[in-house]
Structures are given as structure tokens and as C-alpha cells.
Design a protein around this ligand. Structure first.
Ligand code: GLU
Length: 370
């Protein structure tokens, strides 16, 4: 069996550091097992279908070391709508799914509770498709679903506690739970490594794999990343975009090493190690079960150490974008003609011992050229 893993981001306009970590973990797992890394863009939400967002994902992956041409894809979820519908139709045809015309308010009125899931009202009403009718998967009333998970062991879910969940909307389009499974099947995915926030979806998805007659993948749910207040890292509250770290002057090598240290450490008393050591030693079962703290101060210090480890030519090369400006990095405050590379070379060794992120080079040398 060839190991096939995938990274399946939904385009959001920026590349979340948690996504970068998942991508790296999948990438390493594929490397270690002689497997294939597949990139799938989950673009079924029409509002999320912007080509520049996909381009942003590809270039962020490139930056972090997962380069175009070295993986399979990108595939686009939206092009598999036919497969999604066929799976929904098949489940309905085989009696594994049924149409339901209940609104959320009706369910709440019946159950008296906004937290319980669907109450099964339409289970045996034999409704056909129609306006306002969603398709629900009939979960088993008995037994349990055991998820084989490389990080969590064997989380076990009682089937009777799993609601009959929606798999397709009234317009026939599949929801995430089904589309994601069908795509993984279509792409021959053997191991699904992703963030723990998807663990509650997993028993439902595993039931879909089984109902569609395909052996489920092995799962690996990695604990989420949190901020200093132990809140899940969020794009509204925290700096989460990989691009903003890149444009501030974090080195890709420092960033990817740091991301891999979230909830894991290499052998010995080491944190900064060559990437080849991470690739060799990283093991999903060793990843901590607790949320990982994304410590920006530590990342900064880490980056400073990486900067100091560069030789003088490498240091000049990584500073260049800040000394001239690029599409995403603002031009420095001096006139381009005022910049003198000989003068820069003379102060660079000292600057290299002082800065923690590359953007700081501008403040460090500007008095020389203003
Ligand atoms: N598009 C989903 C996400 O970004 C994919 C989840 C998964 O990896 O299965 O959360």
C-alpha cells in the first residue's frame, strides 16, 4: 500500500500558521513512508473561490519548503461536485440516508433544547427530495465507532449519541462532511492528519466511509494551537497569517522548525536542529495531547538565533528585500541612490548580532543613508 496523505485547506485569503503545521506534518509523514502528498483546495464555498487565494496557499507552501512540483495537485474540491452528488444519491438509494424537511426552529420546539442535535423526526416518514429538504445520514442506533488515531489512540464514540447528520442541502449540494470524505476516497487517501477541531466530525465521516464500502483511513488529530491566554489561535484576535511573519522577516527555516516544536521535541536537550533531524525523528504518536502554545516571543528569539547562524553572504541576501522593498515589503525610508552596499557590508556583522527579525535591519542602518 502506498501511503497517500493530503493537505486540504479552505481558502480564506491568508495562510494560518496552524495550516502550515498540518501541511508540514503531512509532508514529513509522506517522506518517512515513501508516500505521496496531495494538495486539495476545498473551494466549494463560492465566496472562497478566488484564484489569488489559491495562489497565496501555493506560495506560502513554497516558502515553508513544500514546493510546487514536488507534490500531487492542487486538486479543487469544486470540480468533484458530480462525485459528491453521486455518493449522496447512492446513500439515499440504499436507505442509508433520508430526506428531512425540518427547520432548526421546529427541532428546537420539539426537543426544547438548542444543544441537542437532530431528533430523528423524519427518519421513517419516507419523504422524497423537494424544496427545503436536506438529506440526512441515518446513523446506527447501536454499537460504537472506534477511530484509529495516530495521535489520540482509539477514541470511541457511541453511535446512539451521533445525530442523523446532514450530508446534502436541499439544492443537492454536498456539505463538508460528505464532500471531504468523497474526495479523500477519490484521491486514495490512506492517512488523514489534521487539526483536532475535526475530531468530532471523525466518527461521522468514518461511518460514511463504511457506508460507501471503502476502508476508512488511519486518522491523526493534532491538538490545536493556542495564544498566551490559552485561547484557540484566531485570525480576529491573533497574528496567525504565515505571510505576515514572512513579511516581517522571519526566516522560513526558523518558522518551520518552530512550528514542528509545537507539542513535540526532537531527541536530546535540543530545540534548534537541522530540518533533516526533524524529518527523521518526528513521530505523530509523540505529539502532546494538550493544546500547543504559540509563543511569539520564543519564535522571535528563535529567529534571532537562526539569523546569527547565517554566514555574511547569506545574511546580506536575506536582508536585501528590506533594503530595497518588494510587492509585500515596504520600501526603506532612504532614497535608493543613497544606499551604499560597502557601508552596509561594514555594519552588517554587528547588525546581525542585534536584530531578531529582518525588518529591523532598516531601523538599524537607516541613519547611514538618510
Ligand atoms: N478544509 C478543511 C479545513 O480547512 C479540511 C479539514 C480536513 O483536513 O479534513 O479545516
Amino acid at each position: 500500500m502506498t501511503v497517500r496523505v493530503r493537505f486540504a485547506p479552505s481558502p480564506t485569503g491568508m495562510f494560518h500558521v496552524g495550516g502550515a503545521r498540518s501541511a508540514l506534518q503531512n509532508w514529513i509523514f509522506a517522506q518517512q513512508n515513501g508516500g505521496v502528498f496531495v494538495l486539495r483546495i476545498e473551494d466549494t464555498d463560492a465566496a472562497r473561490n478566488r484564484p489569488e487565494w489559491t495562489e497565496g496557499i501555493l506560495s506560502a507552501l513554497d516558502w515553508i519548503g513544500i514546493e510546487r512540483g514536488s507534490y500531487e495537485g492542487p486538486y479543487f474540491q469544486s470540480t468533484y461536485a458530480g462525485e459528491h452528488t453521486a455518493a449522496a444519491t447512492r446513500l439515499y438509494g440504499e436507505g442509508r440516508a433520508y430526506y428531512c424537511g425540518c427547520t432548526r426552529d421546529e427541532v428546537i420546539a420539539r426537543t426544547g433544547n438548542t444543544h441537542t442535535g437532530y431528533d430523528g423526526f423524519c427518519r421513517d416518514r419516507a419523504l422524497g427530495p423537494g424544496e427545503g429538504r436536506a438529506l440526512r445520514f441515518r446513523t446506527p442506533d447501536e454499537g460504537e465507532t472506534v477511530v484509529v488515531d495516530m495521535v489520540r489512540g482509539e477514541p470511541t464514540f457511541e453511535n446512539k449519541l451521533l445525530e442523523d447528520f446532514v450530508i446534502a442541502r436541499s439544492d443537492g449540494s454536498a456539505v463538508f462532511l460528505l464532500a471531504n470524505v468523497v474526495d479523500d476516497m477519490t484521491m486514495g487517501i490512506t492517512h488523514v492528519i489534521r487539526a483536532e477541531e475535526h475530531l468530532p466530525n471523525t466518527p461521522k465521516q468514518q461511518l460514511l466511509w463504511e457506508a460507501l464500502g471503502v476502508k476508512p483511513p488511519v486518522w491523526g488529530h493534532v491538538p490545536v494551537i493556542v495564544n498566551e491566554k490559552r485561547q484557540k489561535l484566531s485570525k480576529r484576535r491573533d497574528k496567525v497569517a504565515l505571510e505576515s511573519y514572512r513579511d516581517e522577516g522571519y526566516l522560513a527555516a526558523a518558522m518551520r522548525n518552530y512550528l514542528m516544536l509545537l507539542g513535540w521535541a526532537p531527541s536530546g536537550d535540543r530545540e534548534i536542529v537541522p530540518w533533516s533531524v526533524v524529518e527523521e525523528e518526528f513521530k505523530l504518536p509523540e505529539v502532546s495531547h494538550s493544546p500547543a502554545f504559540f509563543d511569539v516571543k520564543k519564535l522571535r528569539a528563535f529567529n534571532g538565533d537562526y539569523i546569527r547562524a547565517l554566514d555574511s553572504e547569506e545574511f546580506a541576501a536575506v536582508c536585501a528585500p528590506w533594503l530595497g522593498g518588494t510587492d509585500t515589503i515596504p520600501a526603506p525610508p532612504w532614497e535608493p541612490a543613497a544606499f551604499d552596499s560597502g557601508v552596509f557590508a561594514a555594519v552588517a556583522p554587528l547588525a546581525q548580532t542585534r536584530i531578531a527579525v529582518l525588518s529591523e535591519i532598516v531601523d538599524y542602518v537607516d541613519f547611514l543613508f538618510l
